[in-house]
Ligand binder design. Sequence first.
Ligand SMILES: Nc1ncnc2c1ncn2[C@@H]1O[C@H](COP(=O)(O)OP(=O)(O)OP(=O)(O)O)[C@@H](O)[C@H]1O
Ligand SMILES: [Mg+2]
Length: 467
Amino acid sequence: MNESERHLRLLTETTEAVNSSLDLEEVLSLIARKVAEALEADACFVYLYDERGDQLILRATYGAQLGEEARKPRMRIGEGLTGSSAAIRQPVMIAEGANLDPRFKAFKNLPEGEYESILAVPILAREKLEGALNVRTRHRREFSQAEIDLLVAIAGQVAQSIQHARLYEQARQRVHELEALAKISEAVSESLYVEESLEAIVKTTMQAVAATGAAIVLEDGRIAWPEGRKGKYAVRIPLRWRRRQVGELVCDKDTPFSDGERALLGSIAHHAAVAIEHGRAVMRGVLAQEIHHRVKNNLQTVASLLRLHARADNVDVQQVLADSVNRILAIAAVHEVLTERRDDDVELADLIERLRKTIAQGLGSSKNVSTRLEQISLPGGQATALALVFTELLQNAFEHGGDNVTIELSQSEGEVQLTVADDGLGMSGEGKGIGLEIVRALVNDELHGKLEMRNENGLRAGISFPL
Ligand SMILES: Nc1ncnc2c1ncn2[C@@H]1O[C@H](COP(=O)(O)OP(=O)(O)OP(=O)(O)O)[C@@H](O)[C@H]1O
Ligand SMILES: [Mg+2]
């Protein structure tokens, strides 16, 4: 077998071996080994071209051990002997003293001083630079033109394998990402509680990028689901919803984050933002349930008010209906404030103003009313009780009292005071009617407070209860 037959066989064998795998790491280490064997060299270094960084990154070696260093040796195109061959797209050969060449670039973790010769060639797939590789020998060696041609031919063949393996790796990465994202979407749409979604997101993040730690920092600085520990490298990705930042995804690793991993974390961060917003929407749903619950309670209150009338003797049906309307309107006013504000608490001054108008209108009263109201908020249930009490007291002032009515709302030492005073004749007798019966019951049972009625230039009816 002559030399060219032998070279053709080496070329075929190398190409076949390299094509036996689609796994990029495996393909590259196969190239390193097969090339070293084919050219009977002491070592082979295979670099891949990183388009974004416009640089060559060492990805596989044969015959030489890479020192313990996290960062892989990399060089720009035109830098070092191998970089030069990539730049001129031609083989570069030095038979001896390769490390003395002015183009030589030394790497701390690469023992290159021990090699005398080098033959470096670019890896080109149809003109496109995929990488570069070189073979080294410890002793002086002049590579023959036939050997140079062989290495160029091998580099041309493996360029295709590298392209395929790269595409395959990208596809696999996509699948991996999509799986992670699908898991997150599922968790987000299935769980009713934000906490659950965030937990799933943090756990999936850990798995997806093999992180040492991950967490989601919420807007208020609260850290949701911290997992694992800090690493040497960390990324923080903002969670955005409609251009507003609603938190941050934090992820830690002991090795640098690849571009693919950063992109994946970006998608995960998007899902996390959706989960947080979804959670808020669910909370609004819960709020709606809370309102339904209040409506039911209010209807029960209405029912018991009507039952009071049903128990009484000599009822004037017309009057009963008129009073009931006002009582129901009082409940409605609280409800209105609650839904308008989308808040759990009711602002009392606002509520009292509304009720005052409704009652004056309802009774056709044109009395002179003056108010002194402090800003105080009460939870919905208590506010409903207060609204009913106030309605009865104001109604009484309009119906039985003088022309001038004063309403005062204040707060001191954790107690709320509400007074309705008029300048009429004051109360004679004990005041036995359904109106005051309702007031007493609510002040006692709902507000846990006291009712005080004094004649003082008319009736001064006041209640006080703890906030
Ligand atoms: N501001 C007031 N000035 C004078 N008398 C009052 C005043 N408020 C209440 N009273 C007296 O107390 C009584 C009982 O009041 P209560 O509110 O319980 O019943 P009512 O007003 O007669 O009927 P309703 O059930 O419609 O309220 C009244 O009938 C009235 O005589
Ligand atoms: Mg009354």
